[in-house]
Design a binder for this molecule. Structure first.
Ligand code: NAP
Length: 573
């Protein structure tokens, strides 16, 4: 098809006229970039659509000061190209947002992927057309596109959510969600700044800005357990060493439950003495990254007693770092144990509260009543601000899916089907939504792991399926209700073993700002079996001819009978 190009806001040529693709990938973040690379290699007619004006989504949008990896940088990068691994120098053990965005741009340019991407393309609707066996998409710019397959590379934490305080639109200063931190330089000098929210984002931001603002006031509803990131630069020599060990590093990631370098301590918690436990914890607390969470005893995730002992240890470390004992106690969570929610990692977060210009307001005691023209009114008093930052989190995992009007067979709405929580097969398929692939969907292996390691697994698997189908003349893939039911109940059952099941965090679908997502209405988002088990399962499914997925050719689609009797196996044409 001949294409005329026009310029997007990012100055990149986009195909303006093309209306049909074999594959449309939605999302030009970490997953979408890798997906289009593989589709390009297979010479499949594909494009990526992204609502933003350039690539990178999470790393494009989250520009708040302090935004950085808490995965070791060299375990976060793509592993698919030796050349890329040899070229890129990660400058820090835990790299910051500007560098991360530069990296993604470097990858896209190196592999010449930009021409397959279209920006400022908000996908409003995707409806499956049963007669033509196509997905029909409506884009915000008015275009209608069709494709055989949709790959939803939407990310897990891509839809920010704001509180519902009265008066938010009346505030005369600047206010925004951390996800929408201004792209232009924001002058903080001398400003009175409020931050609402103390999750991973709030903790990074609060630690980073005290020396850049006039006054910083933190509004905390519930504290989170947090531990030091222990970041440091990576020298040229160290990077050379990392490059020589990449195979080993990725092999370690592949065998650990979380897809990180951190392997759990194989000793039983009860088999070692208190002194040995403390010796391990001292080492891990002062070591890098998620070690304190993921190199720990396995019982901390499942058994109240070990978890309580570890939590008390961490509480003591917090007390040692915060000068004012009353403030220290406010920063120590009382309603959940360490590691039960996703652990934010910090750099001098607790020390920030030792500064005269940083104030903590406990809004569990003095709730926010409203946002005023000049600031924030709590039950106790009014505070004046120049800037209010909402670090209030995301409509996690399913939020981005809910944001698109996705309809499958018989016009069934995905949003309705998932109203009380997602149901999937392997986190990659949804029954009744043929040819809709989610390489990193809810209940997939990526949700609870080092994200890029998980997405490479999911994207490789989905691409393998597309290749398998194309080689055999299949044009339609849908999972069976039985396979979906089996997987969803497997994912659900695994929660019952984890202390995490009680947590008020995104792993259980909690978000106080989204109706129906309040605490107590658990949504089973995360596969808790770990990377090796997940990989073994999806590989077995593929080896068994994609058991649990009905694959159909054009001729078998017309035969209702074949589809009805295939009973969870593929139907041959
Ligand atoms: P979050 O963990 O959901 O935290 C949101 C915070 O805002 C919580 O403290 C919450 O308090 C508070 N909040 C929400 N609504 C509120 C309201 N109406 N009034 C007062 N407080 C309110 O969100 P996040 O910090 O953005 O982190 C989300 C996830 O993103 C993380 O768990 C992590 O997976 C990822 N992340 C990763 C990185 C990284 O890789 N380095 C960095 C940042 C984020 P309650 O707890 O009381 O609801």
């Amino acid at each position: 098809m001949s294409q005329k190009s026009k310029k997007s806001a990012a100055g990149v040529a986009t195909p303006a006229k093309q209306r049909h693709y074999e594959v449309i990938v939605i999302g030009a973040g970490v997953a979408g970039i890798y997906q289009i690379k593989l589709l390009k290699d297979l010479k499949i007619n594909a494009t990526v659509l992204d609502a933003a004006s350039d690539l990178g989504w999470t790393w494009y949008n989250n520009r708040y000061p302090g935004a950085r990896f808490d995965s070791e940088s060299y375990t976060y990068g793509y592993s698919f190209s030796k050349e890329l691994l040899n070229e890129w120098h990660w400058k820090e053990k835990f790299s910051g947002q500007p560098e991360n965005l530069r990296y993604l741009n470097y990858v896209v340019d190196k592999f010449k992927l930009r021409k397959f991407m279209q920006f400022n393309c908000q996908v409003e609707a995707a409806h499956f057309d049963e007669n033509d066996n196509l997905w029909r998409l409506r884009i915000g710019d008015g275009r209608q596109l069709t494709c055989r397959f949709i790959v939803l590379a939407l990310g897990l934490l891509s839809t920010p959510t704001l509180p519902r305080y009265e008066g938010m639109n009346k505030f005369r200063g600047r206010s925004f969600h951390t996800f929408h931190w201004p792209h232009e330089k924001l002058d903080l000098a001398g400003k009175k700044v409020a931050v609402i929210g103390t999750g991973a984002t709030g903790i990074q931001l609060i630690a980073e800005i005290p020396d850049k603002v006039g006054e910083l006031t933190v509004f905390q509803r519930r504290p989170n357990w947090s531990a030091p990131l222990n970041n440091r630069p990576i020298s040229v020599e160290e990077m050379a060493d990392i490059r020589s060990r990449y195979d080993e590093i990725f092999a370690t990631c592949a065998r650990t439950p979380g897809g990180f370098e951190h392997e759990p301590d194989r000793r039983g918690f009860y088999e070692v003495s208190r002194e040995q436990r403390v010796e391990l914890w001292d080492r891990l607390y002062d070591g890098p990254g998620f070690g304190i969470w993921l190199r720990n005893f396995r019982e901390i995730f499942t058994d109240e007693e070990p978890n309580a002992e570890l939590s008390e240890y961490i509480a003591e470390r917090i007390r040692q770092r915060v000068n004012d004992p009353e403030t220290a106690e406010k920063l120590i969570p009382q309603d959940h144990g360490f590691g039960v929610q996703r652990v934010p990692l910090e750099t001098h977060y607790y020390e920030a509260y030792n500064r005269d210009n940083v104030h903590l307001v406990d809004i569990s005691e003095t709730p926010i009543k409203q946002i005023t023209e000049f600031g924030i009114r709590t039950s106790e008093c009014d505070y004046d601000f120049d800037i209010i930052v909402y670090a209030t989190g995301f409509d996690a995992v399913t939020g981005a899916f809910d944001g698109i009007d996705i309809r499958g067979i018989g016009g069934e709405k995905l949003r309705e089907k998932w109203k009380h929580g997602p149901s999937t097969f392997l986190g990659m398929f949804v029954h009744g939504f043929p040819n809709l692939l989610m390489p990193a969907g809810p209940q997939s292996g990526s949700a609870s792991t080092n994200y890029p390691r998980g997405i490479e697994i999911g994207v490789n698997w989905c691409t393998g399926l597309l290749k398998h189908m194309s080689e055999r003349g299949y044009v339609r893939a849908d999972t069976t209700p039985q396979a979906e039911e089996r997987w969803t109940s497997h994912v659900t059952k695994m929660y019952s073993k984890m202390l995490m099941r009680k947590a008020k965090g995104w792993f259980t679908g909690y978000n106080s700002n989204v109706e129906g997502h309040e605490h107590g209405k658990t949504r089973y988002f995360v596969y808790n079996g770990g990377t090796p088990k997940y990989v073994a399962t999806i590989n077995e499914v593929a080896a068994n001819g994609y058991e649990g997925i009905i694959l159909q050719s054009n001729s078998s689609i017309t035969s209702e009978e074949v589809a009805m009797t295939s009973g969870g196996r593929r139907s041959e044409s």
